[in-house]
Design a protein around this ligand. Sequence first.
Ligand SMILES: Nc1ncnc2c1ncn2[C@@H]1O[C@H](COP(=O)(O)OP(=O)(O)OP(=O)(O)O)[C@@H](O)[C@H]1O
Length: 364
Amino acid sequence: MIELERLTKNYGDTRAVANVTLQIPDGQVTVLIGPSGCGKTTLLRLINRLVRPSSGRILINGKDNSDFKPEELRRGIGYAIQGVGLFPHWTVYENIATVPKLLGWDRQRIRQRVMELLDLIGLDATEFSDRYPAELSGGQAQRVGVARALAADPPVLLMDEPFGAVDPLTRIRLQNQFLNIQDEVKKTVIFVTHDLEEAIRLADCLAIMNAGEIVQYNTPEEVLAQPKNKFVHDFVGTDRALKRLTRFMVKDYLKQGLTVKESDIGRLDTNDERFYWVIDSLDRFRGWVDLSMVPPGGDASGEIVKPGSDIVLTGDDTMRQALSIMLGQGVRSLPVVDKNGKFVGEVTLADIEKATADGKITAA
Ligand SMILES: Nc1ncnc2c1ncn2[C@@H]1O[C@H](COP(=O)(O)OP(=O)(O)OP(=O)(O)O)[C@@H](O)[C@H]1O
C-alpha cells in the first residue's frame, strides 16, 4: 500500500500539491484526474522521488520513500510518461532492457524478460526487437514505453498520460490492452490523465484533484452517482449516465442473436418478421436481413444489407461506443465479431438501457 500523509509541495508561491492524504490500495488502478495545473504530475513525481516534498511524507508498504536507495525505487516503481520518452538511438530491445541492465541482471535473464514483455504487449520479437523508436507507430511506441516501465517487474507503476499522444482509436485499443495486461499482472497503478472517459474506463479508484487538493476519492461509480460538491459535479458533466456506459464492455452484454448462412437466405420463411444476422460458410459476419422489409411469401435473397466495417463491434468495445454507433447509424442492434471476423453475437439498444439501469443513476 502507498500512503500519502499530509503531502505538500510548493514552488515559490505556487502550491502544486496541498496537504494531500491518500491511501492507494495494492493491485488496483488509481486514476488522478483534474484540470490542467491541479498538481497531478507533481503528485506522481513525489511518489518516485523525482520531486521532494515541502512537507508530509510517502510510505510505501510502511517505509518512508526517502529511506529507499535509488536502485530500490527504480526496481520498485516503473514510470511511463506521455510521448513515451524512449531513447531514440536505442533499439526497442535496448529500450526495454534499460532498467534490468542498470540493475545488473545477466544477459540471459534480460533477454528472457524482454521477450516476455514483447509478447505481453503484442509485438512480434523478430520484427520489432531491432527497430528504432522512429520506426514505430505512435501506438507501438506507447506500448514499448509501458513494457519498459514493466521491465524489472515493479509492483508499482506510475503512468503519466501514457496514451496522450495517439489518435482516439489507437487510444481505445491501448486502453483495452492495458486492462488486459493489468488483469494478468495486477500492479499497483497510479495513472494520470485529463481525459474523463479514460479515467472512468480504467479506474478502480478515481481521485479528482483541484488546486493541489484531492476533492473526491472513490470508485468511478460512486463519483458519478454522488459528486461530492459543485466542482466535481461540473467536472464530471451532465451526461453522467452516459459516461458510466464507458465502464461496461460489449462482451458482458453479448447475446446470441439469430443467424442465417448466406447460402440459406432464399429458404427463409418470409411470413415471419424476424431479423437475421447473415454469416458466411466460415461464420464470418456478412450483413443482415430484416424480414419485416420483405413482402410475405417473397424471396429474401436480394435483401441482404452489407454495412461498412465501422458498425461492427468486438467484445472489448464499450457500451458507450455501441451507443454512439447505434445513434450515428440509426440502428437498434449491432453485430459483434471476434478477432478473426467471426460472428459471435449481438448487442441491442435494450441491452444499453439495461446497462444504464445497472448503473442505478439517471441521466442528470
Ligand atoms: N518545476 C516547477 N517549477 C515551478 N512550478 C511548477 C513546477 N512544476 C509544476 N509547477 C506548477 O505546479 C502546479 C502543478 O503542476 P502539475 O504539472 O503537477 O499539474 P498537472 O495537473 O499535472 O497539469 P497538466 O494536466 O497541465 O499536466 C502548476 O501550477 C505548475 O505550474
